[in-house]
Design a binder for this molecule. Structure first.
Ligand code: NI
Length: 183
């Protein structure tokens, strides 16, 4: 078990796209276990490899964590192959943006193609919070963060708060919040 240090915004590493995994090896599976350990340690419902400073196209999610359940899902080289016309709005947060939340509008349902931990190609249809979470994490693999979806004024305000919190040494532990989810 290893809890990896998180990359906290603003940080150039979060803006760099990740590379696809060529072969799903034991090393990849071990790294995925560390990603889950890190996500659970911070009560997150999703994590992309880039958030621990690794530019590999891997994401992990567990949206059931909000209800105290345990449904870990790992996606290697995930790709959205279709999105619904209808949108949904969700108050998003991010482990790389501690204590910052904002409403984000995204397609309400999506289909994702990916490799599972055995390297087998799969597709998954998702709606609700899982659809939101997957879109948020797949954005991370492209160097896109949730504040890129909100107004420049709100984004600048959030980034200023994080810069200040970093300077004062206030960013340490991610706060628990039942009503909001950190992806
Ligand atoms: Ni995030």
């Amino acid at each position: 078990m290893a809890i990896l240090p998180l990359v906290i915004a603003p940080d150039e590493r979060l803006l760099k796209p990740s590379k696809n995994i060529e072969k799903v090896t034991d090393d990849v599976r071990a790294f995925i276990r560390d990603m889950f350990d890190t996500m659970y340690a911070h009560q997150g419902i999703g994590l992309a490899a880039v958030q621990v400073g690794v530019h590999h196209n891997i994401i992990v999610v567990d949206v059931a964590q909000r209800e105290g359940a345990h449904e870990p899902l790992a996606f290697i080289n995930p790709e959205i192959i279709s999105s619904s016309e209808d949108d949904s709005v969700f108050k998003e947060g991010c482990l790389s943006f501690p204590d910052q939340f904002s409403d984000v509008t995204r397609p309400a349902s999506i289909t994702v193609r990916y490799l599972n931990e055995q390297g087998v190609e799969k597709t998954l249809e998702a709606d609700g919070i899982l659809a939101t979470c997957l879109q948020h994490e797949i954005d991370h693999t492209k160097g896109i963060v949730f504040v890129d979806h909100i107004s420049k004024m709100k984004r600048d305000m959030i980034l200023r708060k994080l810069i200040k919190a970093k300077r004062l040494g206030l960013i340490s532990e991610y706060p628990e919040n039942e009503d909001k989810a950190a992806l």
